[in-house]
Design a protein around this ligand. Sequence first.
Ligand SMILES: [Zn+2]
Length: 234
Amino acid sequence: MIKILIVSVILLFIFFLIYAILPTILIRRSGRGIIKTIHAPAIALTFDDGPNPEYTPQLLDLLKKYGVKASFFVVGSKVKAYPDIIKRMSQEGHTIGIHHYDHISSWILSPLRLKKQLQMTEQAIKECTNEKVTFYRPPWGSFNCASLYLSKRYKVIMWSHIFGDWKVAKGKNGLLEELLQTTEAGSVLLLHDCGETLGADRLAPRYMLKCLEIYLQEKVNRGTKFITLKEVNF
Ligand SMILES: [Zn+2]
């Protein structure tokens, strides 16, 4: 009995390794099929996990104030809950991409369920914007064996800079300095406009927004250009 149990666990681990962990390592190390930087004389600001009814409108106000267009990787179920925020994003010229229908890692999704997550989110976005959905970022940047095949109709956007802004502590200490050090054109910056994800702090976006305001003030004044993904020539 114990023997069967041990063999089952080992087989399960091997399956998980081949189905989920190895594809993620290979894709992220090789960079094949994914985009981490852009060829543009500008920085791309990207925001994951929204829309959030409290923080996303504040973020949109901030971007508007500085005349900056960004890109949002949204969770489909939240798109359904807050369609007006998505409509506003679209009207104000931002790019809207897929971040799964629920914030679930591809590691625990079968190919069929992953396909559904992509389709349902695309449908939810389209209902709000009437725009073609071109971009996809998997939650936690994790892939499975079928990810690139199932998402081949989209451009898979990762990031060049990730800051840990989903933690309040980071927003209070270090985030602003790290943001300000990011000056290279072609960078893709990943931030979060919702703190409801597993492992995140609910209040974290409040501190991210405070840092982002100072960052934008500084950068826009110095002539740094920002670009939304649909303006990039891929
Ligand atoms: Zn996410």
